[in-house]
Design a protein around this ligand. Structure first.
Ligand code: 5GP
Ligand code: ZN
Length: 138
């Protein structure tokens, strides 16, 4: 299903033009308007899913292979040394457009740090307690 007021539904289904690098029946892959690096792309399902929790299994199963295919093409065509697959869920996680999308971000030698966090610390007891909490909610 598509959502009437969703910009990524409109872009994915071709109602709003975009720099498209790949399209099939289920997905459109476009260049991000505010690229973190040259070639930064977004994998958009044509159906509306708010975030990863709403994806059906068949759609979800296609996304990582598609990310690998796009990333491989970026390495060949743009000369990046690697790429990040990044996917934000919820405002607290940095999601700003609430239609599922996977970022494919080319990483160049000597380029800026893009997806990183400061390493923290936890005792074995804290790790165990946290692991049990999550396990019990599965
Ligand atoms: P999020 O923060 O939700 O994970 O990522 C949203 C991304 O969508 C951002 O990187 C932003 O630059 C990009 N974006 C937002 N609106 C548009 C648009 O209209 N067209 C394109 N191509 N990218 C967009
Ligand atoms: Zn949508």
């Amino acid at each position: 299903m598509r959502k009437a007021d969703c910009i990524f539904c409109k872009i994915a289904n071709g109602e709003i033009p975009s720099s498209t690098i790949y399209e099939d029946d289920e997905f459109r892959v476009i260049l991000d308007l505010g690229p973190a690096s040259r070639g930064h792309a977004l994998i958009l399902p044509k159906e509306h899913f708010k975030d990863v929790c709403e994806l059906d299994e068949a759609t979800a199963a296609r996304i990582l292979p598609l990310g690998a295919k796009i990333g491989t093409a970026m390495k060949k065509s743009l000369g990046c040394a690697g790429f990040n697959l990044v996917q934000n869920n919820g405002e607290a996680a940095g999601q700003t457009v609430f239609h599922f999308h996977m970022h494919v971000i080319p990483r160049y030698e000597g380029g800026p740090s893009i997806a990183s966090w400061k390493t923290g610390s936890a005792t074995p007891e804290e790790l165990q307690e946290t692991a049990e909490k999550i396990q019990n909610a599965l």
